[in-house]
Ligand binder design. Structure first.
Ligand SMILES: [Zn+2]
Length: 368
């Protein structure tokens, strides 16, 4: 039940990575959860230690487990952390959970990107394309046609030909194929967008360790929800799954959350695409005997072209710098706004929608 006023709910949105982590851990302690911190090798802008933090609530060896992860795309962690704090402080029913299962929340899977307000990690890797068993990752020749538009080898300027360039390429390729070529991930252009890396990155190894350390019944049921922003209609949400339409494994999610909010990889609905190395692919791999389903919970912000344009400009700024300090500041501010709009209505809608999905899944999974 929501007991907080709107103002209190809005305070879950953090000012930065460090205050987000502090509140995530404090609320976990206050609600009787178990916190564990996992340091990564890189440090924050002021030399601070950076960590991925986990919070666990529930049975010592659960038969049913819900995993909620945030911030694999650094800057998307502002919204992901807010929702996790809301879940911990207002929505987790500890006695109900303890009897039947467990809830594992993993905070800031990409602490570098969250602290520095980037989507990628310290090696420019899109961590949600990095969870592969083997490297190099699969070739994506279709991406090459977009490389010159997406990854100019120059500082960002005030005037950009990004949109016409992308639209022209997109028209030649077809909208759906273009989306797949760009967002599906690539392993060739190390300074480019959606780069999946050349090796397993720290964050992925740490998440594997967190899952392996999770005691559980061997025949359990696992649901993993990975929180994201920036894809879909402003203020709306969708659960993206890498399963084919009609797959029997989809049924529980359809039943609990409603078919309307689910987008399968082959449906072409609301910007869906298939990708390699998604973080959600680790959960069924590690809980190999369990019935596992993973989904990406996406909260829409701005139109796709604006999101792509911001990704491109911020990437140019990072790699090639910019002599114009005002423009640099504007790009950084616009980038954050793209993944966590300041608009109070958007923020409250995210907590309401995300809270609803959490309750639908816990009700279904734990039978409460
Ligand atoms: Zn994302």
């Amino acid at each position: 039940m929501l007991t907080n006023s709107k103002q209190q709910l809005l305070e879950y949105f953090p000012a930065d990575y460090f205050s987000a982590r502090e509140r995530f851990n404090r609320l976990t302690g206050e609600r009787g959860g178990q916190c564990t911190a996992y340091r990564i090798g890189t440090r924050g802008p002021g030399g601070e230690a950076l960590s991925i933090d986990s919070a666990y609530f529930g049975a010592a060896s659960p038969q049913r487990l819900l995993i909620v992860t945030s911030g694999i795309h650094g800057a998307e962690g502002f919204a992901g952390s807010a929702l996790q704090q809301h879940i911990i402080n207002d929505l987790i029913d500890t006695p109900g959970t303890a009897a039947l299962g467990g809830i594992l929340l993993v905070h800031a899977l990409n602490p570098y990107g969250f602290a520095y307000i980037r989507r990628t990690n310290e090696n420019n890797v899109d961590l949600n394309r990095n969870a592969l068993g083997d490297f190099p990752g699969p070739a994506n020749p279709a991406y090459e046609a977009f490389d010159a538009v997406l990854n100019p080898r120059s500082p960002p300027g005030r005037r950009t030909r990004f949109t016409p360039g992308l639209l022209w390429r997109g028209l030649q390729t077809g909208a759906r194929a273009a989306r797949q070529a760009i967002a599906g991930g690539q392993y060739r252009f190390a300074r480019g967008l959606f780069y999946g890396g050349a090796n397993t990155e720290d964050s992925i190894s740490i998440f594997e360790r967190i899952l392996q350390a999770q005691a559980c019944d061997p025949m359990m049921q696992v649901v993993h929800i990975d929180l994201h922003t920036g894809l879909g209609k402003y203020g709306d949400y969708k659960l993206f799954v890498q399963l084919a339409t009609g797959s029997p494994a989809l049924q529980p999610l359809q039943e609990w959350c409603g078919d309307r909010v689910i987008a399968t990889a082959d449906s072409g609905r609301s910007g869906s695409y298939s990708a390699s190395g998604l973080i959600g692919s680790l959960t069924p791999r590690i809980f190999a005997n369990a019935r596992a389903i993973t989904a990406t919970l996406e909260f829409g912000t701005y139109p796709l072209l604006r999101v792509l344009s911001m990704l491109c400009k911020e990437n140019q700024l990072f790699h090639y710098g910019c002599a114009d300090a005002t423009l640099s500041e504007k790009i950084r501010a616009d980038f954050l706004e793209t993944f966590c709009p300041h608009d109070a209505r958007w923020r409250l809608a995210l907590l309401e929608h995300g809270g609803r999905v959490f309750q639908q899944i816990t009700n279904g999974l734990f039978g409460t």
